[in-house]
Design a protein around this ligand. Structure first.
Ligand code: NAP
Ligand code: HSE
Length: 458
């Protein structure tokens, strides 16, 4: 049997506590899967006096990062503190000290992937990050290894468990946004700063990581157009339901080979797929995060609670779906420990060296401005209940060559009097032209509040 692999955990909160538990309770299982013992040697936290619910021997716990990183019996440093400042220093110091790194920190990868991975290559060590995207769902391995024969042409995913939990609770239990968010925080799904979950940032960080693997794109978080669920009104969940749709926060990537949208006008079948296109046709990818209306029957519409799901379209395999718990202690710790086992076996080091992620040698696809993406749109206005209002709105849409698919307006009495909600669903339109129309619509004297809009998933 090989020597013991020593682990230092930097951060022992929701995820770190779960990792410590697995390392301490399942020693035999891990040794048999790794071909060597794995031992927890050090645990670094902010506050050593805090009560921890895992049975970590007290003498392992300290606040001393450097001592843990430089301990010669530690071979792998597991960064689970979050954020991008101390966490970045921990990762760079660990690599410089010749340690492999495992992290669940998607914000850090999206922000500084290039710097961290160059440092790892220089140190001939690896950085593993299965837990950084979709918690317990092995999407990093699926994209990087299992689908390696393919060129991925589209990704569509529910990547934030907290947002999906909130949307499900609002739609199914009529729970308020604030109460649902508080429950997600209590269950350990949310980030330390939950703004990242609900404003789309966390999903954008994860999409940036997936885009690096699938398209070789080093998208910085600000390059990903994003809209969260923080301004979502329960009224839109009800209107969407009335139209036969569920609202989900989706992270999406579309390549040029997909005609700008996964399901093109009129419904595209597999024979039109990018598989048939010359590689030169796949030269850009559009990346965005936004609430999207999905038909109730759509696979992703049925993903509930803190579950995540990712549809990946590969040019050879076609469409594949990955689903599972996307946040929380057990699922995330499960992925972290899988990375530790991969390092113990020696697989991770080889995969890391071959993949050349965030490398300047990796040219990747260009990022297409989100304005060019074509979509159908849900538009909800609050308008004065007067003659000519609908005509003004439809004329503005027509000027941008946007055709209307359906209109819903209830009796004023039913809607609580004037102004009344007016919901319009459009046919396919270019996002840029739709936004130009929105500016003009918002300027109408009869429109009482800024227009609310979402993409339609079909
Ligand atoms: P958490 O519960 O807030 O735990 C953070 C831990 O880091 C705590 O133990 C804290 O110490 C420690 N810490 C904070 N600052 C520190 C510092 N400067 N030095 C040493 N220790 C420090 O966070 P979490 O939910 O476990 O998340 C950890 C990471 O995993 C984040 O990057 C997050 O994005 C990622 N992640 C989380 C989930 C999830 O479902 N929660 C899922 C996937 C990925 P104290 O305990 O003493 O306060
Ligand atoms: N806060 C994140 C989420 C944790 O809710 O999805 C998993 O990355």
């Amino acid at each position: 049997m090989l020597d013991t692999l020593g682990i230092a955990l930097i951060g022992c909160g929701t995820v770190g506590g779960g990792v410590a538990d697995i390392l301490l309770r399942h020693k035999d299982r891990l040794a048999s899967r790794s071909g060597r013992p794995i031992a927890l040697r050090r645990v670094v936290v902010r506050d050593t006096s805090k009560l921890r619910d895992s049975a970590i021997p007290k003498e392992l716990i300290s606040t001393d990062h450097a001592a843990a990183i430089h301990d010669p019996t530690v071979h792998v440093v597991v960064e689970l503190i979050g954020g991008t400042t101390t966490a970045k220093k921990v990762v760079l110091d660990a690599l410089a000290a010749g340690k492999h790194v495992v992290t669940a920190n998607k914000a850090l990868l999206a922000d500084a992937g290039h710097e961290l991975f160059e440092a790892a290559r220089k140190a001939e060590r690896c950085v593993c990050f299965e837990a950084a995207v979709a918690g317990g769902v092995p999407i990093i391995r699926a994209l990087g290894e299992s689908l390696a024969a393919n060129q991925v042409t589209a990704i569509q995913g529910i990547l934030n468990g907290t947002s999906n939990f909130i949307l499900t609770a609002m739609a199914e239990r009529g729970m308020s946004y604030a109460v649902a968010l508080a429950e997600a925080q209590k269950l350990g799904y949310a980030e330390a700063d939950p703004t990242l979950d609900v404003d789309g940032s966390d999903a954008a960080h994860k999409l940036a990581v997936l885009a690096q693997i699938a398209f070789g794109v080093a998208a910085r978080p600000h390059e990903i157009q994003r809209q969260g669920i923080d301004t979502l009104d329960a009224m839109d969940i009800r209107f969407a339901d009335e139209l036969g749709y569920t609202i989900k926060l989706l992270a999406e990537a579309w390549t040029s080979g997909e005609g700008g949208r996964r399901k093109a006008e009129g419904g595209k079948d597999e024979t039109d797929s990018a598989f048939r296109l010359p590689p030169s046709a796949l030269n850009w990818v559009a990346l965005h995060v936004a609430p999207v209306l999905l038909r109730h029957t759509d696979l992703l519409a049925q993903v509930r609670g803190a579950y995540n799901a990712i549809l990946v379209h590969g040019d050879i395999v076609g469409e594949t779906l990955y689903q599972g718990p996307g946040a929380g202690r057990g699922p995330t710790a499960s992925s972290v420990v899988a990375d530790i086992i991969d390092i113990a076996v020696g697989r991770a080091q080889r995969t890391f060296a071959a993949a050349q992620l965030w490398s300047t040698a990796n040219k990747g696809f260009a990022i297409e401005p989100a304005e060019r993406v074509r979509s159908r749109f849900y538009l909800r206005l609050l308008v004065a209940d007067k003659p000519g209002v609908l005509a003004d709105v439809t004329r503005i849409l027509a000027d941008e060559e946007i055709s209307i698919s359906s209109v819903v307006q209830h009796e004023a009495a039913e809607s609580g009097g004037s102004p009344v909600p007016l919901v319009i669903v459009t046919h396919y339109a270019e996002t840029g032209r739709f936004k130009t129309a929105l500016k003009k619509i918002n300027a109408l004297a009869t429109v009482a509040a800024p227009a609310v809009f979402f993409s339609m998933g079909d």
